[in-house]
Design a protein around this ligand. Sequence first.
Ligand SMILES: [Zn+2]
Length: 417
Amino acid sequence: MTMPREKLVDELIEESGNIPIVDCHQHLMAETPLTTDLVRVIVMDNYVSGDLVAAGLSPDSLDWLKNIKIPLKARWAKLFPFWEKVRYGGYARAILITINHLYGGFDLKEEGQVQRVSVRLAEDYAQPGLFCRLFFNHCHIDTVLTEGSNFSYDRPRFYWVFRPLDRADFSPGGLFEQDCAKLGIRLKSGDDLPAAMEAILRSAVKQGAIGFKAVAMNWSWPNQEEIRSAWQQRKTKQATVRSVFLRLYLARIAAIAAESGVPVAVHTGAPWTNWLDYRQWEPTGLIPLFCSFPETRFDLYHAGLPYIDQASLLAKTFPNVWHNLTWTHIISPEMAQRCMANWLDIVPINKVLGFGGDYMNETVVLTYGHLRIARENISRVLASRMKKNLIGKDEAREIIRLWFSENPRELYRLKKD
Ligand SMILES: [Zn+2]
C-alpha cells in the first residue's frame, strides 16, 4: 500500500509545472533518430550503470546488454537481478517515473510490461521531433543549456556551453596543439600557451558559446618556472605536469569569461561513474580562484556533493559564485533537499539554479523523471518551511520561479521573448 503525499507538497508540485523551465545542463548533440529499447536506455544511462556495477554486474556485461541485436527477453533476464538491487536509488527512480508517465510502464515487474514499454520507447526515439515533444510538451522546458555541441531549434531553444578542458592534452601533436594549428597558431614554448588558450576561448565565444565548462581543482597560480618546466616534460603526461597546464588554463578561462561576459560552469564533487577519485573535485579548492577573479561569474554544479556543507557557504561568501542543482536531485534526493533547506537559511535566493537534466542523447527522455524528482524535492523543502510559518505560499511560488526559471536566465543573460 502506498501512502498519500501531503496535499501542500502536491499543490506546489502541480504549480511548479506551470513555470517555463530552464534546463541548466545537458550533454546533448543535435537530434537524430536512434534505435534503442528499454534495456539499452537503462544501461546507456552511465549513472544507473555505475550503480549496477557497484551492485556486482560486470562491466563486460554492460556492453552485452547494450546490444539490441540480442533479444530483449534474454537481456532483461540478465539485467533484472541487478536492477532489483538499484531500483530504490535516485537514478533508477528517474527511469521508473519516466516509463510510468510517458511509456505506459509501471514497476517493470512483469514480462509483458517490459516488452510494451520497450516498443513505445523505441518508437519515440525513432520518430523525429523527440526534443520538442520531451522538453517543450512534456516538461515545459523552453530553454536548454547543452555542452554536447552547438546547434539550435526554436522549441526548446538550445544554447551551447563550451568545454575547453576536453581538449586539454598538451603533449606534442596532441589535441591542444591540433586546435591551435586550426587557428594558425604555432606553439614554440610554454610562454605561447596563455595567448593560444585565449584564442581558443575567444573563438568559441565568437561561435556562440554562452559559457565555459571546467572542473574543480585545488587551484593556485602556476608561476613562469612551473610552466616552463611542465612544457619541457609535456611528453610524460605526468599528473603534476598536467596540473600546471590545467591551473593555467582555468586562470585563462576565468579571465576570458569575465571579459566576454559569460559565466564559468564548474563540476564539483560527485563521480559520474565507478572508480573515480572524487576527492579531486572537492569545491573549496577553488576559493583562491574566486578571489583572484572577482569579475568572473562562477556557476558551481552539483552542490559539491558529497561535500555539501563545505560547498554551501561558497555562494554566500563570494558574490561571484552561484549554486546549480543540475544532476544533484537524482544523485541523492535527500542531500538535494538538505542543500535547498540549508541554502534558504544562508544563500541569497538569486544565487541558486534549480535544475539540469545532465543526460546524453541516448538517455535524454529520463530528463522527464529527473525533473519530477526535482519538483518534488523543492516542493517538500518549501512546504516544510510553510508549515513552520517561515514563508507563505506566494513566497514559495516565487522561489520556485526564481530557481527554475529566472535565475539561470539572468546568470547566462539569455534572451527573453
Ligand atoms: Zn554533466
